[in-house]
Design a protein around this ligand. Sequence first.
Ligand code: AMP
Ligand code: ZN
Length: 490
Amino acid sequence: MATPEFRLYNTLTRRVEPFAPADGETVRLYTCGPTVYNPAHLGNFRTFLFEDLLRRTLRLRGWKVKQVMNLTDVDDKIIKRAQEQGKRISEITEPITEIFFRDLEYLRIEPAEVYPRATEHIPEMIALVQSLLEREIAYQAEDGSVYFAIARFPGYGKLSRLDTRSIRAGARVAADDYNKEDVRDFALWKAAKEEDEAAGAAWDSPWGRGRPGWHLECSAMARKHLGDTLDIHCGGVDLVFPHHEDEIAQSEGATGVEFSRVWCHGEFLLTEGAKMAKRVGNVTNVDGLREAGISTSAFRHFVFSTHYRKQLNLTEVALEASVSAVRRVDEFADRLYATRGGTAALAVAADELEQDATAALFDDLNAPEAMGALFTFIRKANAELDAGGKGDGELERARNAFGAINKVLEIAPIKRLPGEVSMSPQELIADEETAFDRGVRDWAEERVAARRAARERRDFATSDAIRKELESRGIEIKDTASGTQWKKVR
Ligand code: AMP
Ligand code: ZN
C-alpha cells in the first residue's frame, strides 16, 4: 500500500493542504504551553491532546518530531497572582508546573522534546528586541517600555486577516492579552514597575529594568530551540489574535524569513453543559476527572470523538458514552491477547482497519473517523474470534493493526500490547493490569528469583543464562543495593 498523502488545515491559508516537513525528515513543531499560575483546566488539555494526536500521527506517517512546548512562567496574570499572595513569581509557578507534568502523564500525553521556561530565556528575548530596534520596527516609548511598530511591518494581520485600515498606528497597548478591536502597537519589553521588582519579575536590559511581553517569549524560545522557520505552530483558536499574530510580526520582523510554514489551531472545549450535570458538575481539571472515576482512556475517547476544528461540549452524557466505549475496547484488547489463533477474515478486517484509520488520520487528523474504523474492526474481529481459527499469522496481523492505531489514539493502555509493553512492578496500576501483564510479571519475577538463587550459590553460568533468557523476551534487569529490578523494554 502506498503511503497516503498527509493533509492538514492551515489557518494562514484557510485551507486543508498537503504537508511534509521542510527537511523531509523531522517535523519542527512549536506548541504554545500553559501559563503556570493555575492548574491547567480540561479546555487547555483538549488543546494539548489535539497536539498529542498531531505528533503521534506525524510519527505514524514516518517522520520524526521535535516538539517544543514552552512554559509561560512570567506574564501579567502570574505577576498579579504573586502580588495578591505576597509571593515571588517562582513560588507561584513551580508547584503549578509540577502539577502540569503530573497531569500530562495522567492523560498519557507524550512528552515534548523540550519544555523551555520563559524566565530562562531572557538574553534571547533581549537579543530579539535589539534586532527589531536595529531594523526600526520597534521603538522605546516615553514610559520606558519598548513597543513593536505595527505600521512598519507590512505583513501585520495576515494570520488573523485583520482589516489593515482599522490598525491605529502609533497607539499602544501594554497588556499581554487584548481583543481584535484593539489593534495597536504592542509591548515587547515592559519597563519594571514596583510590583514586578517585588515579585522577582524584573531583569536588567539595555532599556533599563523590565520584563518581556508574553508574545516575545514564544518568538524567542521557538527560535532558540527550532530555528528561524518552524514546520508547524499550534495552539487553541483564542491564540490566533493577538498572540500568534504578534509572534509572526516579531519573528519575521527580526529574521526576514517566514516564521512558521503552517499554523494549526484547535477549537474550544465548552463547559457550560457540565455545570448542570451531577457527575461532572465540578469537573474542571484532571483531579476532577480522577475523582469522578473517568479514566484516561475515556477522556481521550471523549476528546477524539469530535474533530479538533469543531467545538466540543463537556456533558455527562458524552462522558458516560466514552466510559462505556473504552470498556469495549479494553475487553476486546484482553481477548485479542489471550486468544490463540485467527481466521483469514480477521486478517482482512485488520488490513481494513489500518487502511481506513490511517487515511482518516492523514486527512486533517480525522480522529472521529479513525475511531469509527477501530470500532468496526472490533465488531468484525469479535465475530471472527467467536468463530475460532488457528492462524498465527492472522492473529499477529490483527494484534499489529490494533496496536498501530491504538498507539496513535491510546484509548486503551498501550502497555498491554506485546512488543510495546513498558512496565515495572512499581509502575503497574492494579486495576489496569491485564491477564497478559500479569503473565509477564509472574514469569519475570520467577526468573529473577531463580537468578538470585543461582548467584547466591555462585553459579554464574546459570545466572547469566537467565539474564539472557529474560533479555530475549524484552526484559532488562538491573542489580541495585536494594535488590534486582526488572523492566519490560520491548
Ligand atoms: P493558556 O494557559 O491560557 O495560555 O492556555 C494554554 C492553551 O490552552 C492555549 O493553546 C489555549 O489556546 C488553550 N485553551 C484555553 N482555553 C481553552 C478551551 N476552553 N478549550 C480549548 N483550548 C483552550
Ligand atoms: Zn505562544
